[in-house]
Design a protein around this ligand. Structure first.
Ligand code: ADP
Ligand code: MG
Length: 320
């Protein structure tokens, strides 16, 4: 691991034979980001479908192979968690590295976040998906990994209709925390970054928790809480924690949901709820109060109130 918290030792075999010797590209582009294109493909030997992420090794004239090795190492370390996308194989050509990933056929949750009412998530959906996101993120955090780019474009679904399960993707910015001193660049997408990132203060697992607060807000309301007309306004809204919790915006949404979001959109990272705190929050264990669905036998037993909320910021958000 180097001083930026990037892990570069990987276990996967890097295959040098042509990717197309073993896979057939289906031409269909699943998505793209700044430096990557993701395409659907079929493994010839098994007929199984995967998502191939093609990453350029040189970006803006710089060698980024180590960044890609970090992305691979993080995926390897999260192999045991079902909510982190599975890495199947890795290929390397002179110009690219190709990650063969489990295909999340339901696409980005972004699509449902901005959808019209009939396609948008219900609160019951958001509770189920938020639990899955938090289970995945709690796993990463227990392993001292921070994602640093949690947003609706990086949270995918195994299927859209019927609504499937989530898969966390895009570990391009993630870091190991054991050794991170400082991160002196503004990482991530403005709308989702935490105040400490904007003020160049140390990042931590709490930085991801802020993004989960924003993510939950967007999934429930369809609105981005800090987005301003200009980038500067967005940054100001974030640093002032200028959030609209009005009845109007949260019409038909439970007060427990608002309480949950308030426990995350807290300026001081130390006072922000952790992933484990969130998993114990009454909102995620509230289906019986909300009459939304019968408690499934797979659910964890409910915590008692005193166990689940010991002076939690959920009940007294501290917006200093
Ligand atoms: P970048 O680092 O360039 O943002 P991502 O890993 O986020 O790359 O991939 C870009 C987009 O490709 C995602 O937002 C998503 O729409 C799609 N995508 C990525 N991985 C998968 C996957 N495993 N299955 C289906 N679609 C994917
Ligand atoms: Mg991405």
């Amino acid at each position: 691991m180097n001083k930026n918290g990037k892990v570069t030792e990987i276990h996967s075999r890097i295959r040098k034979e042509p990717f197309t010797a073993n896979y057939e590209l289906l031409g269909k582009e699943l998505g793209r980001g700044k430096f990557a294109v993701v395409k659907k493909c079929t493994e010839k030997a098994t007929g199984k479908q995967y998502a191939a992420k093609f990453l350029r090794k040189r970006r803006k004239g710089e060698d980024c192979r180590m960044d890609i090795m970090n992305e691979i190492a993080v995926l390897e370390s999260a192999k045991a968690n079902p909510y982190v996308v599975a890495l199947h194989e890795v290929y390397e050509t002179t110009s690219e590295i190709i990650l063969v990933l489990e295909c999340a056929a339901g696409g980005e949750i972004f699509n449902q976040c901005v959808a019209d009412n009939d396609e948008a998530f219900t609160e019951k959906d958001v509770i189920r998906l938020a639990k899955q996101i938090l289970t995945g993120v709690a796993f990463l955090h227990r392993n001292n990994v921070v994602h640093l780019d949690l947003k609706p474009q990086n949270i995918l679904l195994t299927s859209a209709r019927p609504l499937g399960d989530i898969r966390i993707v895009d570990f391009g910015l993630s870091r190991r925390m054991d050794n991170v001193r400082e991160v002196r660049e503004i990482l991530g997408t403005p709308e989702y970054v935490a105040p400490e990132v904007l003020s160049y203060e140390p990042i931590s697992t709490a930085t991801d928790m802020w993004s989960i607060g924003v993510l939950t807000y967007v999934m429930l309301t369809g609105e981005s809480p800090f987005l301003g007309d200009e980038k500067q306004q967005t940054f100001l809204n974030i640093s002032q924690v200028n959030v609209d919790y009005s009845q109007d915006t949260f019409e038909g949404i439970s007060s427990l949901a608002v309480d949950f979001i308030k426990s995350l959109l807290v300026k001081n990272p130390r006072k922000r709820a952790t992933a484990e705190d969130c998993l114990r929050h009454p909102w995620l264990n509230s289906h019986q109060h909300l009459h939304m669905r019968p408690a499934s036998s797979l659910d964890e037993p409910e915590m008692s109130q005193s166990e689940s909320e010991p002076e939690s910021p959920a009940l007294s958000p501290d917006l200093d």
